[in-house]
Write a protein that binds this ligand. Structure first.
Ligand SMILES: Nc1nc2ncc(COP(=O)(O)O)nc2c(=O)[nH]1
Length: 287
């Protein structure tokens, strides 16, 4: 059982750990903590010291209901942070839906483009990625945050997410993106109804995506499906910042199921979890 690799990124024989640096005032679980560029850079370096293989830098909150930030504001937020981190040889991915932001990030050394819209938000994105020849995360997405939850309706969420991702893959391949550079992501929390269990269905059937032959990235860290699962008997939701232990459990499950990478806010415990999962997978006969 090998975990797929992506050229130009670490291939340590285990699930990778992508540490999150949101340079935003309003991301759902850590909004504002790293809005100051110096704090953002220091946090990124801390995440690498804790074991992050990649640092994901984003400047636009994608929490449900969020309004978009301007291109110029997004550029102002992420480019200096990415440049400072790449100057320290940190492998950085840029979390953006905008081709111009991706281009600017690649120009200052970002090594991967993480596009939550899978190329739907900006038709120029696939060409930017194809020209740069860098890994491209194509996440399942059904529209911008302000109304994405209205689209969280499925007959069969696993089949529909798989099929919609494959149609995005066809679209970006047609724009010249190299198939070896594509990473798929089920988009946990994006246009998925936590009450309907969509996120758990996708996690429990990750093989529907890993079987397609592309590396799979899973981003479940601190998300609503966890705050709901861990709610008090009276329904009071677990605070986001108290969902890091549950996130580690999700990491273990995803990595054991063959995920290429997990995207997390707390790195150290998840870096341990992917090593546990690698030992577990190595002890099982090849699937
Ligand atoms: N590829 C990928 N990127 C993402 N970017 C942001 C968020 C939202 O979480 P955050 O606001 O805590 O960063 N989730 C994902 C995700 O699940 N997958």
């Amino acid at each position: 059982m090998t975990i797929a690799t992506v050229p130009g990124l670490p291939a340590p024989g285990r699930c990778l750990v992508m540490g999150v640096v949101n340079v935003t005032p309003d991301s759902f679980s850590d909004g504002g903590a790293w809005f100051d560029p110096e704090k953002a850079v220091a946090h990124g370096l801390d995440l690498v010291a804790e074991g992050a293989d990649i640092v994901d830098v984003g400047g636009e909150s994608t929490r449900p209901g969020a309004q978009r930030v301007s291109r110029d504001e997004e550029l102002r937020r992420v480019v200096p942070v990415i440049e400072a981190l790449t100057d320290e040889n940190v492998p950085v991915s840029v979390d953006t839906m905008r081709a111009e932001v991706a281009e600017a990030a690649l120009d200052v050394g970002a090594r991967l483009v993480n596009d939550v819209s899978g190329g739907l938000a900006d038709p120029q994105m696939p060409q930017v990625v194809a020209t740069a020849g860098v890994p491209y995360v194509v996440m399942h997405w059904r529209g911008h945050s302000h109304d994405m939850q209205s689209r969280a309706v499925y007959e069969d969420v696993v089949r529909e997410v798989r099929d919609e991702l494959l149609s995005r893959v066809d679209a970006v391949l047609a724009e010249g993106v190299d198939p070896s550079m594509i990473v798929l992501d089920p988009g946990l929390g994006f246009g998925k109804n936590p009450v309907a269990g969509h996120n758990w269905s996708l996690l429990a059937h990750l093989d529907a995506l890993t079987a397609l032959g592309y590396p799979v990235l899973v981003g479940g860290s601190r998300k609503n499906f966890l705050t709901r699962l861990l709610a008090e008997p009276d329904g009071t939701r677990r605070p986001f910042l108290e969902c890091d232990d549950a996130t580690v459990a999700v990491t273990s499950l995803a990595a054991a199921a063959g995920a290429w990478c997990v995207r997390v806010h707390r790195v150290r415990p998840n870096a341990d979890a992917v090593r546990v999962a690698a030992a577990f997978r190595a002890a099982r006969p090849a699937d």
